[in-house]
Design a binder for this molecule. Structure first.
Ligand code: P6P
Length: 346
């Protein structure tokens, strides 16, 4: 009997067959990540039962309390990737320096960055958390992989994706051929194609921002967020506010329904809070592949040249017209303050 389900393995192979030069290594790397996602999902589902909630008792490089699931997720991804001969170096939110492939294993042609469990402060209250990953082709010519292999602009990514551990576990990824969503069927342990070719509405219905920072933002951002709420008579229609405090969950809702997520710089996080390499860049690749866009307020995220592994960036991402509206507003307010005139981006 012909079944209508498409597993992620089948889908990835079908995508790979479109490229005669494809060796299958990227496909296998995506399987490795899907395996890590299944293991993390299983641990998260059991978390309340086997008492692995709560902190691991020490702080990570970001100075944040490390949750036990953070540690488990980080180690799981490293152990799924480090022996395969497909990876030359890894970078993780949880590790201060790049992670080399252990000397007993061969190195491969990809560099992988990941935030193993984003939004982990939501774990104890059973809110959605996620894993974010970003894949680059190796650029270093000698040795076994170095930090230069991960310090690449987002436009050089060969793949990016996230796993959302929510009411169901979803894996969403792109290799530059559109954005595709898979839902984990826990009864068979397979990710099944559930949302092929995801396209984000050009104009969204939601805006997602932590409004408690409003008085910390500069005037341009304040004016733009007011506009998203309908505070400009001839401007944007008012949007609904939705903010979970978990980038993957807020991004995913806006990806599907249309909307804009903002984490602007403020007078406390002067360079923004979110990390460029393993949060903003992979999400920006996905946003652009689903006809959305992503900036630091003004500049395209995928054009930013990184200088350090954990550098931060302001992030405005989602429906194309909404992101353009924010950029135009920030430019207009800056011009008004400096007396110049501005051309809209749309
Ligand atoms: P705030 C979670 O800690 C995170 O890194 C993202 O997942 C989320 O979008 C953001 O921080 C929430 O930050 O300051 O609003 O709690």
């Amino acid at each position: 009997m012909q079944t209508s389900v498409t597993t992620i393995e089948r889908f990835i192979v079908d995508q790979e067959h479109r490229y005669p030069e494809a060796t299958g290594e990227l496909s296998n790397l995506l399987y490795d990540i899907a395996l890590a996602a299944k293991l993390i999902a299983a641990a998260i589902r059991r978390a309340g039962l086997v008492n692995i909630l709560g902190t691991a008792g020490h702080r990570n490089v970001q100075g944040e309390e490390q949750q036990k699931l953070d540690v488990f997720a980080n180690e799981t991804i490293k152990n799924c990737l480090n022996h395969t001969g497909r990876v030359c170096v890894m970078g993780s939110e949880e590790d201060e320096d790049v992670i080399p492939v252990p000397p007993e294993y061969p190195v491969g042609k990809y560099a992988v960055l990941f935030d193993p469990l984003d939004g982990s402060s939501n774990i104890d209250v059973n809110s959605a958390v996620g894993t974010i990953f970003s894949i680059y082709r190796r650029v270093s010519m000698e040795g076994r992989g170095t930090v230069t292999d991960v310090l690449q602009p987002g436009c050089k990514q060969v793949a990016a994706g996230y796993v959302m551990y929510g009411s169901s576990t979803m894996l969403v990824y792109t290799t530059g051929q559109g954005v595709h969503g898979f839902t984990l069927d826990p009864t068979i342990g397979e990710f099944l194609l559930s949302q092929p070719k995801i396209v984000t509405p050009r104009l969204g219905q939601y805006y997602s921002v932590n409004e408690s920072n409003f008085w910390r933002w500069d005037k341009g951002v304040q004016t733009a967020v007011r506009g998203l709420k309908g505070d400009m008579p001839d401007g944007m229609q008012p949007k609904n506010s939705r903010y979970i405090g978990s980038l993957v969950a807020d991004f995913h809702r806006n990806l599907i329904a249309g909307g804009i997520f903002l984490y602007p710089a403020d007078n406390r996080n002067t360079g923004g809070k979110l990390r460029l390499l393993y949060e903003a860049s992979p999400m920006a690749f996905i946003a652009e592949q689903s006809e959305g866009s992503a900036t630091d307020g003004i500049n395209r995220i995928l054009d930013i040249m990184p200088t350090s592994l954990h550098q931060r960036t302001p992030l405005v991402i989602g429906s194309r017209e909404d992101v353009g509206f924010v950029a135009d507003t920030i430019r207009r307010v800056a011009a008004r303050n400096s007396g110049a005139t501005v051309q809209p981006t749309l």
